[in-house]
Design a protein around this ligand. Structure first.
Ligand SMILES: NC(=O)c1ccc[n+]([C@@H]2O[C@H](COP(=O)([O-])OP(=O)(O)OC[C@H]3O[C@@H](n4cnc5c(N)ncnc54)[C@H](OP(=O)(O)O)[C@@H]3O)[C@@H](O)[C@H]2O)c1
Length: 223
């Protein structure tokens, strides 16, 4: 196992250097975290770490690993985005924006690669019972979601199956599929104000217990 902080801008190179002699058939870009609070007041160091992790590292690692996959005409990439990708998210503005980037980037390169043996899948889960909500709380406020919480194993299994099938956009759950399409039915302004209300309401909801198992961890932060 390799431990590295993927929010460092050169971390994709560090990881790739360590694995470059291995033929990579599957790349899963899953690491991520959220920051709650207004953009004007949030801490830039945390925010830039999140942007580096969600945007720079994932994009760079995908580019590095993709070369070998294209040469072998075989490979699968799974990028973990979020339901947050489908609309702006006041009070978690950069998190939503970075997940939108990941959705757009993944869909675009999936199209570029459609005549090759390499597929790109972007998984867009709704709220899932992991430690994510705890991390969001620790970053600034008391943000807790208790509604529509999915089981992480079911979400992971859904994403894995979608990746094997080569599905481009994978949204687990019927309600989440409906929510992802809701912005098409409303104005962007209306959608944005609904998200703000939900974010502010979540701040006052009671906490969920974080119970989950990590079966496979490929890359972890230094501790
Ligand atoms: N849970 C949700 O409600 C939800 C919904 C939609 C999308 N997602 C996305 O799902 C993905 C996985 O999150 P999760 O729900 O499983 O949350 P989680 O339980 O907090 O796990 C996050 C994972 O990312 C790793 N990570 C965070 N910052 C890192 C860094 N700088 N370098 C290396 N690793 C780092 C963490 O490593 P450590 O354990 O070492 O900190 C942990 O393994 C994220 O991209 C998240 O945005 C989650």
């Amino acid at each position: 196992m390799l431990s590295t902080d993927l929010s460092n801008v050169d971390s994709a190179e560090v990881v790739f250097d360590a694995i470059k002699n291995i033929k990579i058939d599957v790349l899963v870009n899953c690491a991520g975290f959220g920051i709650y609070g207004s953009f004007a007041e949030n801490n830039w160091q945390q925010e830039s770490s999140m942007l580096n992790l969600h945007i720079i590292t994932i994009t760079h690692l995908t580019k590095l690993v993709l070369q070998g996959m294209i040469e072998r005409d075989r490979g699968k990439i799974l990028n973990v985005s979020s339901l947050a990708a489908f609309q702006p998210g006041p009070m978690m503005a950069l998190y939503y924006a970075s997940k939108s980037y990941l959705l757009s980037f993944s869909e675009a390169i999936a199209n570029e690669l459609k005549d090759t043996g390499v597929s790109v899948t972007v998984l867009c889960p709704g709220p899932t019972k992991t430690c994510f909500q705890e991390v969001v709380s620790n970053t600034s406020s008391d943000n807790k979601i208790s509604f529509n919480m999915a089981c992480p194993k079911a979400v992971a299994a859904y994403g894995y199956k979608a990746m094997l099938k080569g599905k481009v956009v994978a949204i687990p759950g019927v309600f989440n599929k409906f929510l992802a399409n809701l912005p098409r039915l409303l104005t962007r302004k209306r959608t944005t104000s609904i998200v703000r209300k939900i974010q502010e309401k979540n701040r006052t909801e009671p906490s969920n217990t974080c119970v989950f198992e990590k079966d496979v961890v490929l890359i972890k932060k230094n501790v």
